[in-house]
Design a protein around this ligand. Structure first.
Ligand SMILES: C[S@@+](CC[C@H](N)C(=O)[O-])C[C@H]1O[C@@H](n2cnc3c(N)ncnc32)[C@H](O)[C@@H]1O
Length: 217
């Protein structure tokens, strides 16, 4: 399902991949941004639909990558605002370039920051989204606590990624997808930090299975 650009090899472990994101060189980030844009379009649209964004929402995207989600969110928050964060400075550059008009007009801002230390005040957002990101959090509680902190009362979060699929050959996006046990673990962690109405959604097509965990502050 996943074509990797020339010169990019995914490491075998989630932790190594998480570390790699923080150190992406500009040319690696460019190749990976192109790959994400191609492979993650459907899953980003699905996740944004699940978030049920309203025009006046203030939405935070965590792990915004090349900025595709920001663009989809901004199209819906016509009277609101979108903020994106990502640990990779090189990836943030790509997102800012892709979403230059949105950034220039103040409809969106994109910052280098980790999910574990979100640079916004308590209750700043009505909705939060992370697509293909939460599976790289070895201990998800610090990020989940931060997401809950920056959500207003009644605000919703969608964490979405691929379902795990065993595939032959080198690691690819599906090999980093969530197993049922990991979905149960992140759901439990969300409840433990205080999210309520935690529930999951799935979608399947011939290329991939998708899983999302939803919660409300
Ligand atoms: C697989 S990419 C997905 C990007 C985008 N959401 C998409 O669907 O195309 C994961 C992104 O999350 C970022 N990321 C990973 N862990 C993060 C963390 N703890 N805080 C913020 N960003 C993180 C990475 O730098 C990378 O850009």
């Amino acid at each position: 399902m996943e074509e990797l650009p020339a010169g990019v090899e995914l490491p075998a472990g989630r932790d190594q991949l998480a570390a790699l994101f923080t150190q992406l060189a500009p040319e690696q980030a460019g190749a990976i941004a192109t790959m994400m844009t191609r492979n993650n379009a459907d899953s980003n649209r699905w996740a944004v639909d699940l978030l049920a964004v309203e025009p006046e929402d203030r939405v935070l995207e965590i792990g915004a990558g090349p900025g595709m989600g920001i663009e989809l969110l901004a199209a819906r928050t016509t009277a609101g605002h979108v903020a994106g964060i990502d640990v990779s400075a090189a990836m943030v550059e790509h997102a800012r370039a892709r979403d230059a008009d949105l950034v220039r007009t103040g409809r969106a801002e994109i910052l280098v920051a980790p999910a574990e230390r979100i640079p916004f005040p308590d209750g700043a957002f009505t909705k939060a989204l992370a697509v293909h990101v939460a599976q790289f959090w070895p201990t998800p509680e610090p990020a989940l606590r931060e997401i809950r902190r920056v959500l207003a009362e009644g605000g919703n979060v969608v964490l979405a990624t691929r379902a795990y699929r065993e595939t032959a050959g080198p690691p690819n996006a599906a090999s980093f997808g969530w197993t049922r046990a990991q979905v149960d673990a992140i759901s439990a962690a969300m409840r433990a930090v205080g999210f309520r109405e935690v529930n999951t959604r799935t979608a399947e097509n011939s290329a991939e299975g998708l899983i999302a965990v939803l919660g409300t502050r």
